[in-house]
Design a protein around this ligand. Structure first.
Ligand code: NAD
Length: 325
């Protein structure tokens, strides 16, 4: 890896904390600064094992604070920024849409400004498959990197807006940017508002698993460590100004996920409970990941059945983590 110091934003969240641990372990010479506002979704214990290392520094703060971001980049000789920081939950976006625009759009723009002022070598932004809108359940279509943006929720729209601004910094200022669009992640340390940890924890407590009425709606799933590996390759070899889809092709509907979790935990199917759909509930997203496979040689390694079992085991064995959330 060609970078000296990476500024990771949102590194106390689910994917960001896995990414920090992945880079820390794989690249013993790289320094990592983690800038995180510590919102409800953050947990500093996610990084307990590296907290005391001289190669890792945590700073509490907002990506939307220009003077802080500028000072961090300048004084630590940061040459790469990886932006995970975001409001990331579609359900919360219904109640607090302004927060999503503030962090995901304005915050990202301010961070871009700090990066531009300091002539960094790479600004990588973590976007989402959801910017492309929804697919019908039956179509054979997949989203490519060139598919038009058709977001339908405040979360999706804020992520799409940020992507446009990031591309504008490439074309207008020559900032060395890359963007990735990943499908739904699962794994340990995911805040229990997202579907897989919600189902696991409800099942462990013998409480009803809430299933949206449109229970055949599908999502494409990736283990968080396969996502980290893809980001590693993009940072090393990704072409500047380009975006990369990161998906596995593995689709599951919410009913299948509930059934598999109940089966693994030996709990009855009667624990499933249908609830009304949330407004703007997208039916399906599916990415074509041909570009990252062909250009960067990435492929997912972790099988869904193994990854799901490991994830369930982690939540079972780490009750103090989720009870503190
Ligand atoms: P998360 O909610 O677990 O973590 C987000 C982190 O960002 C938290 O630690 C939070 O404190 C921090 N944060 C929020 N606002 C901030 C601000 N203004 N300044 C600094 N830090 C701030 O999210 P996640 O699931 O780890 O997602 C990380 C990124 O990946 C997001 O950008 C999300 O859009 C994207 N993404 C997530 C998924 C998924 O399945 N979880 C899929 C595709 C893309």
């Amino acid at each position: 890896m060609q970078y000296r110091t990476i500024l990771v934003t949102g590194g106390c969240g689910f994917i960001g904390s896995h990414f920090i641990k992945y880079i820390f372990k794989k690249y013993p010479k790289i320094k990592i600064i983690n800038l995180d506002l510590l919102t409800y979704a953050a947990n500093q214990n996610n990084l307990e094992i590296i907290n005391k290392s001289a190669r890792y520094k945590f700073i509490k703060g907002d990506i939307g604070d220009f003077s802080l971001a500028n000072r961090i980049i300048k004084s630590n000789l940061v040459d790469c920024v990886v932006n995970f920081a975001a409001e990331s939950d579609n359900n919360r976006a219904i109640n607090f849409p302004v927060d999503f625009v503030k962090t995901n759009v304005l915050g990202t723009t301010i961070l871009l400004e700090a990066a531009r002022k300091n002539k960094i070598k790479r600004f990588h932004h973590i976007s989402t498959c959801e910017v492309f809108g929804q697919l019908s359940l039956k179509t054979k279509e997949e989203f490519s990197e060139d598919s038009p943006f058709k977001p339908r929720t405040p979360y999706n729209a804020s992520k799409a807006a940020a992507d446009h601004i990031i591309k504008s910094y490439y074309y207008t200022f020559g900032l060395p940017v890359t963007i990735s669009h990943c499908c739904n992640n699962y794994g340990s340390h995911q805040f229990p508002e997202k579907v897989i940890p919600v189902f696991i924890l409800k099942a462990l407590k013998n409480e009803p698993l809430p299933i949206f009425k449109s229970s055949k709606n599908k999502r494409e799933w990736i283990h968080v460590l396969d996502h980290c590996h893809a980001l590693d390759l993009i940072l090393q070899k990704g072409k500047l100004g380009e975006q990369y889809n990161i998906g596995t092709g593995l689709e599951k509907n919410v009913e299948e996920i509930a059934n598999e979790i109940l089966d693994i935990l030996g709990k009855p199917k009667g624990l499933r409970k249908i609830i009304p759909d949330r407004p703007g509930h997208d039916t399906r997203y599916l990415l074509s990941s041909a570009k990252i496979k062909k250009e960067l040689g990435w492929k997912p390694e972790i099988k869904w059945t193994d990854g799901l079992r490991d994830t369930i085991k982690w939540y079972k064995n780490n009750q103090t983590w989720w009870q503190s959330q």
